[in-house]
Design a protein around this ligand. Structure first.
Ligand SMILES: C[S@@+](CC[C@H](N)C(=O)[O-])C[C@H]1O[C@@H](n2cnc3c(N)ncnc32)[C@H](O)[C@@H]1O
Length: 355
């Protein structure tokens, strides 16, 4: 069911092993991204290694030659978490299959009613990562588009620029530029002239105040927002296990740490956009992971259980056995996982301006 990488992710856009690009204006993130808790999705078998262990805060213990990809606990707790491009690549097919197509027609209608700009629609993709959202959406919309890709991580912006789509559904030109910065502080000015704001897998790592700032900025610019793949805190594993509920609960608590919205993101965003006068629609967008997605499932399991144990260290011993059994079932093609997400389309009242 997963789509293969798009043409836009051709050889030039392949994500390399670290180190990343040097000489970026980043101040130096030559390291591949996050560090936290999961073993490298591109190396090694997905089956549980005998004795694979869960360590609180660090996910599974890495095997020789592996490196962490998603940091759950940074050396510097003030530094925001960073995301491994390998992890974003691994999930891109599942994300594409999960995104809610039902929201596209209302979006197309809204875009068709905007004043046409000579250079086409201007789309701001917030927290773009390596640009997965653009690779999915740009070829599904007609007309020339200019994508402004925002992220705080220059290493990911580099891959987003290189791997960006080149043409729209009707063959019109798609161009991109990148902007490094904190999307949680976006102002209506920053969105002046925007036709659309998008984000994917972002809302749940923001706070209530940050989502309200985003909703205000979209309202001020009068532009619609398509905010996809926010976790909703529900996971279905088949076959079930008595520990599923406890791990889910601990994971959700971990997601809410430090005031982040985690599984409350969609509810809070609906309220925030509605309070700013938008019409809001929500559609489910679950990952449905079966034997064909075993590599992603295994990696997701390691991160999911690792975060739960970081939140509740007393789970460690039971979680270690649980993870080993789950990974073995995954490797045997006997595990199915549904990770529930929601996509949200907010149609702001048009301002009558450029946007
Ligand atoms: C889970 S990743 C999703 C990436 C991409 N949208 C995708 O769907 O593959 C979240 C992304 O948001 C970025 N991010 C999170 N908070 C941010 C912030 N406050 N300002 C800018 N970027 C942020 C991260 O660097 C990361 O690239």
């Amino acid at each position: 069911m997963r789509s293969t990488p798009t043409a836009a992710q051709g050889a030039a856009a392949r994500i390399p092993a670290q180190p990343g690009p040097r000489g970026e204006d980043s101040g130096g993130s030559a390291q591949a991204a996050p560090a936290a808790g999961e073993a490298d999705p591109q190396d090694g078998p997905v089956a549980a290694a005998p004795g694979e262990a869960v360590s609180a805060g660090a996910g599974p213990v890495s095997r020789p030659g592996e490196r962490a990809t998603v940091r759950l606990r940074d050396a510097d707790p003030d530094e925001p978490p960073r995301y491994a491009p390998e992890w974003l690549e691994l999930r891109e097919g599942a994300d594409a299959a999960a995104r809610a197509p039902e929201l596209l027609d209302p979006l197309r209608i809204r875009l068709a009613n905007l004043p046409r700009r000579v250079d086409g629609f201007v789309v701001h993709d917030l927290g773009c990562g390596t640009g997965s959202m653009g690779r999915w959406l740009a070829p599904r919309l007609d007309g020339a588009q200019h994508w402004i890709l925002h992220d705080r991580d220059p290493y990911l912006l580099h891959f987003a620029a290189v791997g960006s789509p080149r043409s729209a559904a009707d063959g019109s030109r798609v161009t991109v530029e990148t902007r490094r910065g904190d999307v949680a502080r976006l102002t209506p000015d920053a969105l002046a002239g925007a036709s659309l704001v998008t984000a994917s897998a972002l809302l749940d790592v923001l706070t209530r105040e940050e989502v309200d700032t985003l909703a205000a900025a979209c309202a001020g610019a009068g532009c619609p927002a398509l905010l996809t793949l926010s976790v909703v805190g529900r996971v279905d594993l088949t076959p079930g296990d008595p520990l599923d509920a406890e791990i889910t609960e601990a994971f959700n608590a971990h997601q809410r740490r430090g005031g982040l919205l985690g599984p409350d993101a969609v509810t809070v965003a609906c309220e925030a956009f509605a309070d700013h006068g938008a019409t809001v629609r929500v559609q489910p967008s679950p990952w449905k992971l079966g034997p064909d997605e075993s590599k992603l499932t295994a990696q997701w399991l390691r991160g999911w259980v690792g975060a739960a144990v970081e939140q509740r260290p007393e789970l460690a011993a039971r979680a270690q056995k649980y993870l080993a059994a789950r990974l073995a079932a995954c490797a045997a093609g006997e595990l199915r996982v549904v990770v529930h997400h929601s996509d949200l389309l907010a149609l702001a009242r048009p301002t009558g301006g450029a946007s």
